[in-house]
Design a protein around this ligand. Sequence first.
Ligand SMILES: NC(=O)c1ccc[n+]([C@@H]2O[C@H](COP(=O)([O-])OP(=O)(O)OC[C@H]3O[C@@H](n4cnc5c(N)ncnc54)[C@H](OP(=O)(O)O)[C@@H]3O)[C@@H](O)[C@H]2O)c1
Length: 246
Amino acid sequence: MTTMGKRVAIVTGGSRGIGRACAERLAGDGWAIVVNFASRSAEADKVVAEIEQAGGRAIAVGADVADDAAMRSVFDAAERHFDRVDAVVHAAGRMPLARIVDLSLDELDAVHRTNIRGTFVVDQLAAQRLRTGGAIVNFSSSVVGTAFPTYGAYAASKGAVEVLTRVLARELGSRDVSVNAVAPGPTGTELFLKGKSEEQIDNLVRAIPLGRLGVPEDIAAIVAFLVSSAGHWVNGQVIRANGGMI
Ligand SMILES: NC(=O)c1ccc[n+]([C@@H]2O[C@H](COP(=O)([O-])OP(=O)(O)OC[C@H]3O[C@@H](n4cnc5c(N)ncnc54)[C@H](OP(=O)(O)O)[C@@H]3O)[C@@H](O)[C@H]2O)c1
């Protein structure tokens, strides 16, 4: 299959959870996909295989989003394989949970490295390399609004993502690149489910007016809209996608 005219997206954290659903959804919409991951290469290879079996184009490239040289090589690989980059969906993130009184400062540094520095690195490269008319989608979290206990370090990092998103939208407008963030609520992925009891999950579901946990495909549908020409007029926004939780 030729990639001529095919739009190309880099999806960070594209090997699992929400990023994986975004990679598969965009591939289904005709995009060529670069699936970025941190360490679990087998999961990324599975996503690539699924996309290829469905007739799409994808490659997997491992890199820590906070490592600028490694992430530059992800953009290089995208351009080498697919000629161009039209969209960056930056889903990679980490979420340590502990009350502020207890959280270790090493954990604080680690979450800020991945979520803040990682977003800065990915967005900076996107700003340098995206084609005119492109789109950047960052990931915040609805917990920036709910301010639940134990989410302090994580929510603070996502607050930073929201500000970076709005500033970059203003900086890139003249190049016709849209920059938005999606802020999911509770969504059934490893990041959300790990370490939570059924009771904790049920309590969260009760706070969601639509009465269920989000699934990664709920979020991927919004990302697909934001990177499409139909969604291009949405710019500099944070879209809370949480079944009405807040
Ligand atoms: N799930 C929710 O309820 C929820 C709610 C609000 C916001 N979010 C946000 O949505 C995004 C996706 O979350 P998720 O639930 O899909 O997470 P997930 O299931 O834990 O998947 C995380 C993905 O990110 C990759 N990753 C982690 N650290 C990385 C790094 N330093 N560099 C490159 N890739 C890295 C992982 O790769 P490996 O497999 O190789 O580690 C994996 O592909 C995150 O930004 C998260 O904060 C999620």
